[in-house]
Design a protein around this ligand. Structure first.
Ligand code: NAD
Length: 338
């Protein structure tokens, strides 16, 4: 029997998780919630994804617009084994109580604090921590990006100290909220929360972060330096990443010099929605000087956490013991590859 999944919050992350679940043979989407009769609600209806109102008070608006509803979130919770909560950040606390009452497992996203679940998840670094758990949190897009490249490097060469400067996209492409149109804004509270967030998964990592927000919707760019314990050559670092799933190389020499060109590549490759679920590393932007590694990476904020949500469901529902088998299955079904 397939694991029955509900999605609370069918927005940027929720609709992508729904798409990814539909590609799996061991789980199925039972329904998604919306708050308003938006185009996304209409699309869910069109795709025959059962639609539920997040709260009773929202039902009337859907009915007025003639949008077919299957009930409210409370009804959905009686039909699922697990909920992926992709509501806007900091709403999870209220919903967690509902999931608990319904005896349903829940996965939260990076906009929530670690404490909401007590387990922060990354497929490579700590798949087993979520094994059978009732609640877990898939860490944010930036944290996922940092862990994807730092975990294998730390594993093979060891790290004394890591510093990352993050250039963050101001808003998602479809968002009205977001950054200043013509300014770069530093995060003044230092070090930024990204380092401690990485430590929710890799508590031993000595990492500090700073960040600025830039007027772009495309991607986040990270400039990372890591003091290694063992000597390494640039090619050896690249070889470690080459053997790690969900890391993709691009090259400035081949004309990919910006986040815009990476997104164009995703569209040229006919990736669903033009997404890049891998972390993108410039192979000609990797350098080791003595024992210090320098590199740049780009994060597609709307999609890199999607495969992690699928693996997290497998771990929490005890569907697959071996992290690599889950990762490979997820990647194969989502068309992620080198
Ligand atoms: P979003 O605003 O695109 O989508 C949120 C969805 O929740 C919308 O469909 C909205 O209608 C719905 N919603 C609003 N109020 C609700 C309520 N009371 N009950 C139920 N649903 C409600 O947000 P998003 O970007 O998908 O972010 C969701 C979570 O994922 C956040 O924790 C965020 O921090 C995290 N995240 C976002 C990104 C990103 O870059 N977009 C990346 C990684 C993680």
């Amino acid at each position: 029997m397939k694991v029955r999944v509900g999605i609370n919050g069918y927005g940027t992350i929720g609709k992508r998780v729904a798409f990814a679940i539909a590609k799996q043979d061991d789980m199925e989407i039972v329904g998604v919630t919306k708050t308003k009769p938006s185009y996304e609600a209409r699309l869910a209806n069109k795709e025959n994804i059962p639609l539920y109102a997040a709260k009773q008070e929202f039902v009337e608006a859907f009915e007025k617009e003639g949008i077919k509803m299957a009930g409210t979130l409370e009804d959905l919770l009686t039909k699922v084994d697990i909920v992926v909560d992709a509501t806007p950040g900091k709403m999870g606390k209220e919903y967690r109580a509902m999931y608990e009452k319904a005896g349903v497992k829940g996965i939260f996203q990076g906009g929530e604090e670690h404490g909401i679940a007590g387990i922060s998840f990354n497929s490579f670094a700590n798949y087993h921590e979520a094994w059978g758990a009732q609640f877990a949190r898939v860490v944010s897009c930036n944290t996922t990006g940092l862990i994807r490249t730092l975990f294998p490097v730390d594993n093979v060469f060891g790290t004394e100290r890591v510093f990352a400067a993050l250039v963050r996209r101001g808003a998602d492409p479809a968002d009205k909220k977001g950054a200043l149109l013509n300014a770069v804004e530093p995060t003044l509270k230092l070090p930024t929360h990204h380092g401690p967030d990485v430590q929710t998964v890799m508590p031993w990592l000595n990492i500090q972060t700073m960040s600025v927000t830039a007027p772009t919707t495309m991607m986040h760019i990270h400039c990372v330096t890591a003091d290694l314990k063992k000597k390494a050559k640039g090619e050896e670092i690249l070889s470690v990443w080459d053997n790690t799933p969900r890391i993709k190389f691009v090259s400035g020499k081949h004309g990919i010099k910006s986040s815009a060109q990476i997104m164009e590549l995703a569209r040229d490759l006919n990736r669903p929605r033009g997404d890049f679920m891998e972390i993108i590393v410039w192979e000609d932007g990797v350098k080791v000087v003595e024992k210090t590694l320098y590199y740049y990476q780009a994060i597609h904020q709307e999609s890199d956490v999607i495969p992690e949500n699928i693996d997290c469901i497998r771990s929490m529902m005890k569907l697959e013991k071996d992290p690599l088998r889950s990762i490979r299955k997820t990647d194969r079904t989502l068309g992620i590859g080198k």
